[in-house]
Ligand binder design. Structure first.
Ligand SMILES: *Cc1c(COP(=O)(O)O)cnc(C)c1O
Length: 410
């Protein structure tokens, strides 16, 4: 959906330059068609088996984007009371909402119980007991899945791996049985499923298959103890191509899953975030200045780490392309933002066509964990977000202004 035609970058049927001129920069631009396509690909791949795709709202929680996926049939995976609020505003059926996170508060539990969500993914024994007491006070039964920490290495960046024993997530595999036994004994807990989420940007099927087998083993063991599991949730984490990765497609993942699912009476749940929205967005930024320093050439742009934190946080790679190429000479450059931090960069030693002042650049694959992680650091108002469909486009979040920076202060 992002194509360069005659040196001009297009989102679907619209010139990026046209939209950037209209709304200014920095600017997040999304392709709605791409989002729908990603969802359908995933959904179709698992059509052979009862399943539910719960969009991990934290990847991009914009209401219009959430609603787009909801209309395709997605449920949602939430991690806070704020995300529950957003999910409900976006129209998600509570029966398709799962609630993850190691630190759910009682208020968050109450709000989710009131709405009758599909399941709480419980991450500790203490949480389980608190949830039981909150549900009891409301005269309700809390539907749960235990989040297993399977001690599986997802082979991903250390900041986004979540399934190893040293990570804070889930209940360690040693205590799973005890956790389900406890859950069974609690009157206001109703056991529904088993869940794990082993990390993000996973680029091979092997960790997922290992995880599936591990969870199925638990399902069988628990069945022997008279504990019935109705849904198995393998979390999110399916990677996308940022640079030269070759992640499996949902189709490949499903092929690897099929032999293990034969004869199983379960619903399979997924919690993809990045896969659904990562490749649907670009961050458009304008070149302010160029300068040389020692051996370096710096391209200073008007977007910064407050708009897109992934390079600063994870050393993440994002392809950068000119919005209107002039077929100029290429050189190794650093693309940096205006923020007063050395970590404020988008590319280092990257071979790029040298842009001129005021030229536009597109930072690609920024639909996931882009705007969602943005801040106002350095008192920079957050950028606008625009959604494109075909030849049409509209602002789905207006650019913040200076008043937005101070409006909560007293
Ligand atoms: C972040 C997260 C996801 C989504 O991860 P992606 O890598 O974006 O697919 C799913 N489930 C849980 C519990 C998460 O924390």
């Amino acid at each position: 959906m992002f194509k360069t035609i005659k040196n001009s970058l297009y989102v679907e049927g619209v010139k990026v330059e046209e939209i950037a001129e209209k709304f200014g920069t920095p600017l997040y631009l999304y392709s709605q068609t791409q989002m729908i396509e990603n969802f359908k690909k995933f959904d179709l791949a698992f059509s052979f088996f009862p399943h539910l795709i719960c969009y991990a709202l934290k990847a991009n929680s914009n209401l219009t984007i959430a609603k787009t996926l909801r209309q395709e049939g997605a449920g949602s995976d939430i991690v806070s009371g704020g995300e529950l609020y957003r999910a409900l505003l976006a129209g998600f059926n509570p029966k398709k909402i799962v609630f993850s996170g190691v630190g759910k508060t009682k208020d968050e539990m109450r709000a989710a119980l009131k709405k009758n969500i599909l399941a709480f993914n419980v991450e500790s024994l203490e949480e389980l007991k608190v949830l039981n007491s909150v549900a009891k006070a409301m005269g309700k039964k809390a539907p749960i899945a235990i989040r297993v920490n399977p001690d599986v290495d997802a082979g991903t960046h250390r900041h986004i791996t979540t399934g190893k024993a040293e990570n804070k997530f889930g209940i360690h595999k040693k205590f799973i049985f005890e956790a389900y036994k406890t859950a069974q004994s609690l009157k206001n807990i109703s056991i529904q499923g088993i869940q794990a989420h082993i990390g993000s940007q996973i680029t091979s099927t092997a960790p997922f298959v290992t995880l599936l087998k591990t969870l199925l083993n638990y399902v069988d063991e628990l069945a022997k103890a008279g504990i019935k599991i109705s849904h198995l949730d393998v979390g999110g984490g399916l990677g996308i191509c940022y640079d030269n990765e070759n992640p499996p497609s949902p189709q490949e993942l499903s092929k690897a899953f099929i032999p293990h699912l034969k004869g199983r009476n379960l619903t399979l749940l997924f919690e993809p975030g990045r896969f659904l929205v990562g490749n649907t967005g670009i961050l458009v930024t304008k070149v302010l200045y160029r300068k040389k320093s020692g051996t370096k050439t710096f391209i200073i742009v008007d977007a910064a780490m407050n708009d897109l934190a992934r390079p600063a946080l994870y050393d993440a790679y994002h392809e950068i392309v000119p919005v209107a190429s002039k077929n100029g000479t290429k050189k190794k450059v650093d693309v940096v933002g205006p923020i007063c931090e050395s970590g404020d960069y988008f590319a280092r030693n990257r071979t790029l066509e040298i842009p001129e002042q005021n030229d536009l650049l597109a930072i690609k694959n920024t639909g996931a964990y882009g705007f969602a992680m943005s801040s106002q650091y350095n008192s920079r108002p957050r950028s606008a977000e625009v959604l494109v469909k075909g030849k049409k486009y509209s602002v789905i979040r207006r650019r913040e202004n200076f008043l937005d920076l101070v409006c909560h202060e007293q």
